[in-house]
Design a protein around this ligand. Sequence first.
Ligand code: HDD
Length: 755
Amino acid sequence: LKAVSDKIADAMPGGGTKREGPEEGIPGKPAPVSPQLAEPVQPVEPLPPKADQSGPETVSPTGQPTGADQARMAQSGAYLTTAQGTRLADSDHSLKAGPRGPVLLQDHHLREKLMHFDHERIPERVVHARGSAAHGVFQSYGTAQAISKAAFLAADVETPVFVRFSTVLGSRGSADTVRDTRGFATKFYTEEGVFDLVGNNIPVFFIQDAIKFPDVIHAGKPHPDREIPQAQSAHDTFWDFVSLHTEATHHTLWNMSDRGIPRSYRMMEGFGVHTFRLVNAQGDTTLVKFHWKPKLGVHSLVWEEAQLINGMDPDFHRRDLADAIEAGAFPQWELGIQTFPDNDDQMFEGIDLLDPTKIVPEELAPVQAIGLLTLNANPSNFFAETEQVAFHVGHLVPGIDVTDDPLLAGRLFSYLDTQITRLGGPNFPQLPINRTHAPVNDMLRDGSHQSAVHRGVAPYKPNSLDGGCPFFAGADTGAYIEVPVEIPSARKVREAPASFDDHFSQPRLFWQSMTPVEREHIIAAYTFELSKVYEQAIKERVLQTLANIDAELCGEVAAGLGLQAPSATEPPTEVGASPSLSQIGKSWPLDGRTVGIVTDATTDLAGVAEVRQAVLDAGMVPLVIAPTGGRLLGDKDPVTVQRTYAAARSVEFDALLLAGVPEAGADAYGARDAKAGNPRAAVGDPRVVALLAEAYQHGKAVGGWNGAERLFEAAGIHNGEAGVVIATDGPTALRQLTALMGTHRVWARFPAPTS
Ligand code: HDD
């Protein structure tokens, strides 16, 4: 975690220093210039060869260098070469006829360097373009063994995985904390081939049939004329589509809830969405829905925080995931399944299991844990791994099969097809990150970017010329042995079953399962989004869908927009509540949480050092915030500053602690500036007061010790209020603060809807 706090310090503009040496960074004394500013000119021999130049055996099947040190030696060869391996003596000047003369066409190095650069980009994903990924392992508990013959689900099997998280609508360079669905795609490199679970952090989807996927995405993406807004749903075309197309109501409601703005990828649930069919060794089948349950709990940002972070640190989620893994705070999820009998009608308690806009409440079908996912390594190269990974819902292993969900059927086509454009041809399974760990004996040949050198003369079956090789697996070990499910005789139609017509009962279930605070956030989200819509008719149509969910929801949003609330057009069905849908009410581990410690040279620096160490010991990240960067010299250890008052915003911290003032009445926190003509600093630096007020407004636990209370008062925060800690010493303040942080926010601070 120390590595993380130092790294975060590096990353912030004007942020703290991590310079070494006793006098460096002492306020007022500039740090000495490093002697290492020039590029070294002499190669140091011998250097190990680059991993990709020394043969395939030094690269793991997922493209990871196998030697630990090699990962650090990106440019490890001693000499710069061309792509053909010829050494180069100069790469700064084109070949010219005289120093001021024309550039010569014969300059191969110039042409090769520019040609390669000109083609460095590939098309971004048509959806889910913005993402971050990590390597890890999946440890199976064996609890699904009775219902699936998949080898990686047997007891104690450990399977390497690669997981990519993403937003849906934004481009590759868009911000992380926008309101959107998040992708949660997992590639299991099992010994029987690759299994991909390509899910989201929301358990339902906008549409019931894949034929409408281009429509919903065209509506959600930026407007085609001006290409705005980027990575937003708050615009006319999105709300036009979802209000005309009411099967989207359930997914849209989840997007408008706190689930649309996760605190961290590490704190999201994941869902396979569709119902899948598991098959055991005896051929018995069970219908299942897959769930990922984060060990850190499910937590979200508040909307104002999300918007601020988009500007302050657009890579917030990417950085959070990478930093946590680098620090050894490996994020974990349990994989769970809800199981249902494979009945002819594929219904469970009146819920159509083939309708991807429906959930089955956990109270009706509990989620049973079947294994543990741990993400423990960051990718070595973003492009090679995170960008080139290709997931596909059709990558299945024996024991896991699909159902007739019409959304899933279209996906089975689309994920193969899209890679042809994105990755430039049909050989993308040969890319290191996509390579299976099982032996490959396909008869797929040639094509763009073919990197295999196939032997033999008979890439066809049956053959006798290659001795009949390769042979077929037995029916019990082969994949894609479809379960012989009865299909009743039917007429070809372009229709959906009547059970797909219910678009409002489950949105109502979700609404009724929310606590007052969560409802308040949903109302605010709809009001915000719709106030960005220009067409009056679209707003009115959305209000109509809200009226069919709940009169209070509709009334509050209508009031916010200054419009009349319509009445429901569908009689409300009684659905009750599913408490497991709420994010609030439990206490969770604090691993990797960030505690800001506000201080200055006049405060109790020994206490700051003690608190900082205690935060680290608790597996959290301490960031010290002071007027200037460098170090503050206390009686004990010097305290290194990670954030200046100018660079710190509350959104970066899960909680704030203000260091105490040792002498009663001392002019700490810049209060002496008041005497120099800054009346706003009478009790302390106004930036500290603003920091406190903002953290408080976002429901964060705030605290301080011994003399810090006057800054709280200046921020309008009173001792004794919920989530406010004032103690006599630092360790006590931290203990009380962390007790509050387990619930993620001080929920009592948020107003509830009026009724
Ligand atoms: Fe999709 C990417 C998840 C419906 C077509 N999808 C993509 C990714 C995720 C999902 C997580 C990013 C994978 C990565 O990180 O590379 N998609 C879903 C879920 C859906 C869903 C949970 C509904 C339950 N998707 C869906 C439909 C279609 C697609 C109905 C088309 C008919 N999805 C694609 C795609 C993408 C994709 C265009 C873009 C990049 C890619 O596949 O590889 O083919």
